[in-house]
Design a protein around this ligand. Sequence first.
Ligand SMILES: Cc1cc2nc3c(=O)[nH]c(=O)nc-3n(C[C@H](O)[C@H](O)[C@H](O)COP(=O)(O)O)c2cc1C
Length: 279
Amino acid sequence: MTARDREELLNDRYGDQPKPKQMIWNDHVERLLAHRSVRNFLSEPLPEGALETLVAAAQSASASSNLHQWSVVAVSDPEIKAQLAELSYSGSVGSKATYINEAPVVLLWVADTSRNHEISTNGGGSTEVYDYLDAFLMASIDTALAAQNAATAAESIGLGVCFLGVMRNQSAKVAELIGLPKYAYVTFGMCIGIPDPVRPSGVRPRPRQDVVLHHNSYNSERPTGWLEDYEKAFLQFRELLGMKQKTWAGSVRFATTMPYMDGRENLRDAVEERGYLLR
Ligand SMILES: Cc1cc2nc3c(=O)[nH]c(=O)nc-3n(C[C@H](O)[C@H](O)[C@H](O)COP(=O)(O)O)c2cc1C
């Protein structure tokens, strides 16, 4: 990549907002900065060896206490994908994630303490920790780290991904569909496939760095004008991609209303049903 390409990456990521001045560039950093979610795929299957590569990358992520508390279910059966698309939407504001059908593979990332629960039970050990919120959170965190490693690996071999939090909208039904044991639940899904060049996605801007980076202690005074500046970058991005105009603050406000949850307000019940008491 040329210096100009790298400058372009920063322009895409921050728009006209202040940009980091002292980047240490390499191929990996370039790839991370070029990330964009992909929802339009070619109908081709994943290349030979792609799934194994992604899982090896995922397994190379750090893991709390080396406990290996996640699994991944790779769904390529069109009928199961169609059912997942149906389950992505409970009928609230919004729509079904139909791109699930387009992706050759949907990965369901499972926070999975079922193996270790078995090991403890078989060894006559206590399983009390599974009653506590931390056990649930730890498995969820490890699952997300593994999935992000897989996403980065996927992008490095020319694939595109889109995470699917909507797989929690009807969590109990998704678990039933894929035959999940107790002490396991789908944290999120991930569409994966070859991006369609005719329907490309773009690099979504993020707020300038001093909004998220604090030194030594949290600074509650937000940088002056940051929201207005971010709104401009957000608007420019949407304009460029021909998307319907809306403000980012509007999205934040919608995301704090109940219709946004679209079924996830029942998640605690579904998770408790899976065996976690969340104490
Ligand atoms: C945990 C997680 C869940 C997500 N769930 C969905 C989803 O259900 N549907 C969707 O279209 N995008 C989903 N996304 C993608 C985000 O909308 C996207 O990452 C965000 O808008 C930033 O865009 P970018 O990834 O292109 O930079 C999810 C992202 C994450 C990290």
